[in-house]
Design a protein around this ligand. Sequence first.
Ligand code: CU
Length: 93
Amino acid sequence: MKQTLTALAVATATVVAWAQATTEGEVRKVDAAQQKITLKHGEIKHLDMPPMNMVFQVRDPSLLSQVKAGDKVRFTADKIGGAYVVTSIEVVK
Ligand SMILES: [Cu+2]
């Protein structure tokens, strides 16, 4: 039984890591002063979020210098301290 629980915990951790895969989106607005970015994003399963337009905070302000409005991007996001935060982002060429 204990081994089953361990195996289940490992499997769950793997699924969580997998769920943090990138999400596709399009940059609507970059607000460097507020360190925020508005994204039109696809479904984010691990955040239980359907596709929408929304404002994210960014973990690192330097992420904002890599993108501009209109860019198609892939990004990772997480809920940190009650706020939705973009943790990585890259332009899709
Ligand atoms: Cu959203």
